[in-house]
Design a binder for this molecule. Structure first.
Ligand code: F6P
Length: 341
């Protein structure tokens, strides 16, 4: 007999398109004659037996909504043996034969651990950071990048009116994808990322050169996790290895204004990037990956992450996927520098 009942959950930081992914999972599973239970607040729903019976109607009117209607959480309890065992017991009690986990790397570690305890899991990559190594693209990244571009365009208007420099801080604690693509598409003059080391002098030199060449507004896009001189900096100079929202932006704008004399303002886009209606690209990606995850469970597969390579759907063993490294696109970064201001 095939799989009769599956679970679905969203976990970790939310990402636009998670609802579209849940919708695809639910409708694909119902199409296959399976029943679906939604776990509320990620793994916490499995631990505390908070499950919702999903129907075609329960995912109606959700495809265009940001956030996640199943709610999400980072679950420290699930990292304990006791928490995991409770989740396994809940799955067994409800006859859940497989779970689709929609989230990032942390969520996939949970999926691997749950699979190892007898509940087959399939991971669907969703995070605005695009920092999941096995896939070219993650659900939410396109929407977040478009938000950055929209905001950068608006900041450019006011920066130009005032002949100012604008420092725009974007998300990405450890990964510069949002900054790189958002920076290129937003026409940034300087892009600062965690993957590349910068000195304050490099940045000052570039800004002064642009001003000398007659440029009115200067746009700097910086990842929250970018470092200067190898250090994470805030106005109190150094954090203790912890990324602080707004830390690098306020530090950089104050230093730039003091050193160059150019009026500088900063804007921390923060969690705005995580919200909003998903783009068409994210909705289609969510539909494809959600549908594929259900096919995997139907075929009796487990401990896999579904992914995109060369625009094709592929899947990897979760453990292997977690060990993979996503090479930073150095050519893209060089190109960005060559065509900036
Ligand atoms: O991983 C997604 C992400 O949005 C990061 O870009 C950011 O650093 C982090 O989550 C913020 O997490 P929280 O919502 O817990 O503040």
């Amino acid at each position: 007999m095939g799989v009769k009942r599956i679970g679905v959950l969203t976990s970790g930081g939310d990402a636009p398109g998670m609802n579209a992914a849940v919708r695809a999972v639910v409708r694909s599973a119902l199409h296959e004659g399976m029943e679906v239970l939604g776990s509320v607040r990620g793994y916490n729903g499995l631990i505390h037996d908070e499950l919702i019976e999903m129907s075609i109607r329960s995912v109606t009117d959700t495809i265009h909504r940001g956030g996640t209607s199943l709610f999400t959480a980072r679950s420290p309890e699930f990292r304990t043996e006791e928490g995991m065992q409770k989740a396994v017991d809940t799955c067994k009690r409800h006859g859940i034969e497989g779970v689709v986990v929609i989230g990032g790397d942390g969520s996939f570690r949970g999926a691997r651990d749950l699979t190892a305890r007898g509940i087959p899991c399939i991971g669907v990559p969703a995070t605005i950071d695009n920092d999941i190594s096995c896939t070219e693209v993650t659900i939410g990244y396109d929407t977040a990048t478009n938000t950055v571009v929209d905001m950068a365009d608006k900041l450019r208007d006011t920066s130009q009116s005032h002949d100012r420099c604008s420092v725009v801080e974007v998300m990405g604690r450890h990964a510069g994808w949002i900054a790189l693509y958002g920076g290129i598409a937003g026409g940034a003059d300087v892009i600062l990322l965690p993957e590349i080391e910068f000195t304050l002098e490099d940045i000052v030199r570039k800004v002064e050169l642009l001003k000398a060449l007659g440029q009115r507004e200067i746009i700097i896009v910086v990842s929250e996790g970018a470092t200067i001189g190898g250090k994470l900096l805030t106005l109190d100079e150094e954090t203790k290895g912890e990324v602080r929202l707004g830390g690098i932006a306020s530090f950089l704008s104050t230093k730039l204004e003091t050193i160059t004399g150019i009026e500088t303002r900063y804007c921390v886009l923060g969690h705005v990037q995580r919200g909003g209606n998903p783009s068409a690209r994210d909705r289609v990606l969510a539909a494809r990956l959600g549908h594929y995850a259900v096919q995997m469970l139907k075929e009796g597969k487990s401990n896999r992450v579904v992914a995109v390579q060369n625009e094709q759907l592929v899947d990897y063993d979760i453990t292997e996927a977690l060990d993979m490294k996503k090479p930073f696109d150095m050519d893209m970064y060089r190109m960005a520098n060559e065509i900036s201001g």
